[in-house]
Design a protein around this ligand. Structure first.
Ligand SMILES: [Zn+2]
Length: 265
């Protein structure tokens, strides 16, 4: 059966184009997660399912899909846990931290040749997609993370029309715990944070990204941004606690697809 090309306004370049099937978390990540022949378990606040292919929409033109891949996604896919190799974890494990605080180790991306800009671009491309579209999950439910006025600023940055957006921070945590290393959580707005900024986080196979937005983010906190801190910092620690908390939160509110219900008994 032939499918007609879908025309529309690309959400990134704002031009009338033929639109691709854009995946919420990027097509390549879905392919990677299914390369053992099974569908990955993807947790979103509304649904827990083994069928991530549902999370796509006609959103971006081919050029913009390529731009996102080239500026962040392809690189991140070489760095996250690919089962046979978890490159970023290996890099940090063998490196000297610039700071240690309990279980938390802080490293400099610059010193270790880690491409902080690409990590941040990827993180912003994911949360931005969560903001520009209501992702349909199951039974008419949707999931997403509205970014308010930051949505347009982040779009301009992703489209190459402006530099790194003001009042936006990206923090990257490389997870040492096995649970986080194997899971994907789609973006959610972290509850209970200080009202002067908001925190949108997601997990992709051992890399936990936090995108903070807000004009009143305290100066000291801005030091955690992988792009705008002087040493371009990146963190390594066990994310076991957040992993368990997010899992509990998601399970409480989510519809569990019958295909994976046995995993949550
Ligand atoms: Zn486009």
């Amino acid at each position: 059966m032939a499918f007609k090309n879908v025309q529309g306004i690309c959400k990134l370049c704002l031009q009338q184009q033929i639109l691709c099937k854009s995946h919420y978390l990027g097509r390549a990540l879905h392919v990677l997660s299914r390369d053992d022949g099974k569908n990955a378990i993807v947790l979103t606040p509304k649904i827990i399912t083994a069928a991530p292919k549902q999370l796509w929409a006609h959103l971006l033109c081919a050029e913009c899909e390529k731009r996102i891949s080239r500026n962040g996604e392809s690189y991140v896919l070489t760095q996250l846990n690919r089962r046979d190799k978890f490159a970023l974890f290996e890099t940090l494990k063998n490196a000297k931290p610039i700071h240690v605080e309990g279980d938390l180790q802080v490293f400099s991306c610059d010193e270790l040749g880690i491409d902080a800009e690409k990590l941040a671009y990827f993180a912003l491309s994911i949360v931005w997609r969560g903001s520009v579209h209501d992702w349909k999950t199951l039974d008419g439910q949707t999931t997403g993370v509205p970014l308010g006025p930051y949505e347009e600023r982040i779009r301009q940055y992703l489209a190459g029309d402006s530099g790194f957006p003001a009042d936006v921070l990206v923090a990257v945590h490389v997870c040492t715990d096995i649970g986080s290393q194997g899971m994907i959580y789609s973006p959610e707005r972290v509850k209970g944070v200080h009202a002067i900024y908001s925190d949108h986080s997601f997990l992709v196979r051992g890399l936990w990204f936090h995108v903070y937005v807000g004009k009143d983010i305290p100066t000291a906190m801005r030091e955690i941004c992988c792009v705008n801190s002087p040493k371009k910092v990146i963190f390594m620690r066990s994310c076991e606690k957040e992993f368990a908390e997010s899992g509990r939160y998601l399970q409480k509110d989510a519809t569990i697809s019958p295909k994976v219900a046995h995993l949550f008994d």
